[in-house]
Design a protein around this ligand. Structure first.
Ligand code: BEZ
Length: 209
């Protein structure tokens, strides 16, 4: 199944390292960083799980719950988590889905047959508190993800929701933001009383927050 930005993230019930979860119930009221990885006891995945765990406070400060997934079993995940904790100097607490029968991997199109018929690629879904998919990214098996970017897009999405703005290339919190073209100058004067720099009529930069 191919999922798009704006779709409701499909619900599922599945075993995880923290017990069985109903995805929509578990994520109620929170943003979710749902990410798949190919396999337990593999090097890139070990660093990614470690990094996610090290960033636990950064995720919770943003009301984001991480949820990992691979097509291994709960028993395998639990043994591997000890290795992740040892090697990455962390204490991994977020749940990892055990999708040994590929039920969720198929539902979220995480199996890309040219990479593997049985292991998930590195998919990312950022899902909002209304269960809506807000961002998708797909990485191949041999490239670890950039977790600064995961946090940055969450910041951009949350600021965009709050302030009706868009964010420019390489935006970082505190940088100028973009007034979307859907807001004309008359409306912009109401919404952004602080004013803006008009680089072009379609490129207006302002500061918020
Ligand atoms: C890794 O995590 O290192 C890995 C897993 C599957 C394929 C390639 C790399």
């Amino acid at each position: 199944m191919s999922l798009h930005i704006g779709d409701i993230a499909p619900n599922f019930t599945i075993d995880t390292t923290k017990g069985e979860i109903d995805f929509h119930q578990w994520s109620q009221g929170s943003w979710v960083f749902f990410f798949s990885h190919p396999a337990d006891f593999t090097p890139v995945c070990t660093t990614e799980m470690g990094r996610t765990s090290q960033l636990a406070t950064d995720f919770s400060d943003r009301n984001v719950k991480p949820l990992g997934l691979s097509t291994d079993t709960v028993a395998e995940h639990l043994t591997w988590i000890s290795d992740v904790n040892d090697t990455q100097n962390t204490d991994l607490q977020f749940p990892i889905v055990a999708d040994a029968d590929l039920k969720v991997s198929r539902l979220y199109d995480m199996i890309h047959p040219d990479e593997s018929a049985t292991e998930a690629v590195r998919s990312v879904f950022i899902i909002d508190p209304n269960h809506k998919i807000r961002l998708t990214m797909t990485y191949p098996m041999n490239v670890g993800r950039n977790f600064d970017e995961i946090l940055r897009v969450v910041d951009a999405l949350q600021l965009g929701d709050k302030e009706k703005i868009a964010t420019p290339a390489d935006w970082r919190p505190g940088d100028q933001v973009i007034i979307p073209p859907s807001i004309d100058n008359q409306q912009a004067a109401q919404i952004f009383p602080q004013g803006w720099d008009e680089v072009r009529s379609y490129l207006r930069l302002t500061k918020v927050g």
